[in-house]
Design a protein around this ligand. Structure first.
Ligand SMILES: *Cc1c(COP(=O)(O)O)cnc(C)c1O
Length: 384
């Protein structure tokens, strides 16, 4: 049934908490590295998926760069020892102090989303006598076929520069002395399972490359973002995404010049499957039509189900009795504090240890203290 969870040890720890399988993380990183290296692709881990220091240390040890979306994430990356040369900084609303932090540390690149932002970066760089490298985040109008809250590459989204504005943007950059246009940046969404979206992205990039060349602009870096999805239904069957096919799509479909580099920003695909949220059953409550398993983890520990109707596989580690149907809910005073309806679990009782799988990405890092709860702690397979 389940992954090798050290049940006896986990039972002694105060729930709820995150549990990370460091062995699976390492194997996943090895697979990413092996397949990216084939094509000399550069990977920046998207730290917003999970900023846990032990996880970051392991990722750093593989030589990956890091993709940040706030000054706080840049600080964390520097603290953990990532080189500023491997830091890229994205985000539609960078504050002045965040831009200063990036420029002071000579980070590799700002992924820029608007002319007003370019102007501020140019001014701050000028005041410091520096030149900032930027990549333009272009909205490719490609549908990621994922949940609408995590679709980012359509024209109606707030992200990126639309193609009809490109001429204006590149003209503006031409007048800015402290900006160096180094690349194009894309990110079409998250939890993308339909790889044809990435093929479409390549087609759009090839078209845009022609536009840039016709304007005698030669971006060195093509940053295709992240978004590769993981299998939330059967983490056992697919503990890692198919990185081989994923990178091959870009190799097969991107038209590159000899001096161009392709960069990736994978988050979920790297850390999603290695993390689990461990919880205990508090009560079984008989409802009118359904039985509730009320657990001690809530949306404050893992908000994905409440925020975008995400499904996580749930297992009862303590029971092997015949299955019954439960709505698995948390203790928070919100009706959306539910982890799944009518789930088949072995007959469940108070005190049973429950695991919510595939919680390594956008889990611990999104935890809140609503209801003044404590933030969940993290434990690691090599340390329990
Ligand atoms: C969130 C984000 C990523 C990572 O997305 P995943 O789906 O976790 O791979 C990469 N790039 C940018 C710009 C992002 O905002």
């Amino acid at each position: 049934m389940s992954q090798s969870f050290p049940i006896e040890k986990l039972q002694k720890i105060k729930t709820p908490f995150y549990f990370y399988d460091m062995d699976l993380l390492e194997k996943t990183l090895m697979k990413v590295k092996h397949n990216a290296d084939k094509y000399k692709y550069v990977v920046h881990y998207a730290i917003k998926a999970n900023a846990n220091v032990r996880i970051l240390e392991m990722i750093r040890s593989f030589g990956f760069g890091i993709d940040c979306v706030s000054g706080y994430e840049i600080k964390r990356a520097l603290e953990v020892g990532f080189s500023p040369k491997g830091i890229v900084f994205a985000g539609v609303g960078k504050a002045d102090w965040e831009i200063e932090l990036g420029i002071d540390n000579d980070i590799a690149c700002f992924n820029v989303e608007s002319i007003p932002e370019l102007e501020v970066i140019n001014d701050i760089a000028a005041a410091k006598g520096k030149v900032a490298n930027v990549a333009l985040r272009i909205n490719p109008n490609v549908n990621a076929n994922t949940h609408h809250y995590i679709t980012t590459g359509l024209q109606e989204n707030k992200f990126g520069i639309n193609n009809w504005d490109l001429e204006k943007v590149t003209n503006a950059i031409g007048r800015m002395r402290n900006i160096n246009l180094e690349g194009m940046h894309f990110h079409i969404g998250s939890q993308i399972m339909d790889l044809s979206s990435f093929r479409q992205l390549c087609v759009r990039i090839n078209e845009l490359q022609k536009w840039f060349i016709s304007h005698r602009i030669y971006p060195k870096i093509i940053n295709v973002g992240g978004g590769l999805g993981i299998d939330y239904d059967e983490p056992e069957v697919n503990p890692m995404p198919d990185f081989e096919d994923y990178f091959k799509i870009f190799n097969d479909n991107l038209d590159l010049r000899a001096d161009q580099q392709v960069h990736f920003e994978l988050g979920r695909a790297i850390v999603g499957q290695c993390g689990s949220l461990i919880s205990k059953v508090l009560y079984i409550k008989e409802g009118v039509k359904t039985k509730f398993a009320i657990i001690d983890a809530g949306m404050t520990d893992l908000i994905r189900p409440a925020l975008y109707q995400a499904h996580h596989k749930i297992e009862n580690l303590s029971s092997v009795a015949p299955e019954e149907k439960y709505d698995v809910v948390g203790p928070i005073c919100e009706s959306s504090d539910s982890f799944g309806k009518q789930l088949a679990l072995p007959k469940t009782s108070r005190g049973d240890l429950v695991v919510i799988r595939s919680a390594g990405a956008y889990g611990e890092v999104m935890a809140s203290q609503y209801n003044l709860r404590e933030l969940p702690k993290a434990y690691y397979s090599d340390q329990v």
